[in-house]
Design a protein around this ligand. Structure first.
Ligand SMILES: O=C(O)CCC(=O)C(=O)O
Ligand SMILES: [Fe+2]
Length: 269
């Protein structure tokens, strides 16, 4: 759970850094699951976009610790606190970046501020402001600031860095510097980027959203899943495995999540 102060910071600024969530032993298990996933990803896909990113789903029997985190009380208790009882666990992914830049972006392009989604991200190496720590713009999850940032011209975008505009470090931001074990929690609408990362910067992420409550939120969820389906063509390993889906038989919570993920197209029948 977040304390009242932490919850207020998250709500007002759009993110919060949670320290020492994992101990050394857990980080070492996580690293070995990450490395076996990386091995497969390196063999089966090429590093995509300006981020030089590999990205794969951990919701597979081969990654019991990383897939279990989506159902771990340390995260679900916070998801419930922020998103309400009807929250949906949607992914547990690993990412490897080998670029010095991730462009400024929010995680969802749809400006439906009523519909909440959150991400917990944790890096497996130490990150600092000049070595790939996540940078976040405080308050950028809210309108109209969110759109004002969207109106800026950025030099880097996901495809290239070949035009005029603000570079990543020119934009004032909070540097979520972290040690392995720390977790950055942020709202899907919050603008974020990174700068100065080296080869194979390792990031695990787990995501939740509030089950849509009206037609407009339902449309937003469907649109997001459609965007993800086109991204899945570049990142085929992000598809949720049948094993994880079949594992819902004795797991009512997962069953409820899968019903929603299927309804909105995050899981294809
Ligand atoms: O660490 C990075 O470079 C970017 C991470 C990011 O965009 C994300 O986790 O959504
Ligand atoms: Fe992102």
């Amino acid at each position: 759970m977040l304390s009242t102060n932490q919850e207020q910071i998250f709500n007002d600024f759009g993110f919060i850094v949670l320290r020492k969530i994992f101990d050394k032993k857990e980080i070492s298990f996580i690293n070995s699951e990450f490395n076996s996933g990386l091995n497969i990803a390196e063999k089966s896909m090429s590093r995509a976009h300006i981020r030089k990113q590999l990205n794969w789903s951990n919701l597979k029997p081969e990654y019991p610790i990383l897939s279990g985190l989506l159902e771990d009380d340390r995260f679900t208790s916070i998801a419930k606190q922020i998103l309400g009882d009807d929250y949906i666990g949607s992914y547990s992914n690993s990412n490897s970046f080998s670029s010095k830049v991730t462009e400024w972006h929010p995680d969802i392009s749809i400006r439906d501020y009523d519909w909440k989604g959150i991400k917990f991200g944790f890096y497996l190496q130490t990150t600092t402001s000049s070595t790939g720590a996540l940078r976040l713009i405080p308050g950028s999850h809210k309108s109209p600031f969110h759109e004002q940032i969207g109106d800026l011209k950025f030099k880097e975008n996901i495809v290239d860095a070949d035009h005029e505009g603000f570079t990543v470090p020119e934009i004032p931001a909070f540097y979520a510097e972290s040690e392995p074990g720390d977790v950055v929690l942020f709202n899907n609408h919050t603008w974020h980027a990174s700068w100065g990362g080296g080869e194979n910067r390792k990031l695990c992420s787990i995501g939740y959203f509030a089950n849509p409550k009206n037609k407009s939120q339902e449309n937003s969820a469907t649109k997001i899943s459609q965007e993800l389906s086109s991204i899945a063509k570049r990142f085929p390993l992000t598809i949720i495995s049948d094993n994880w889906i079949d594992g819902c038989k004795d797991n009512p919570q997962r069953k409820r999540w899968i019903e929603s993920l299927t309804k909105y197209g995050f899981i294809k029948k």
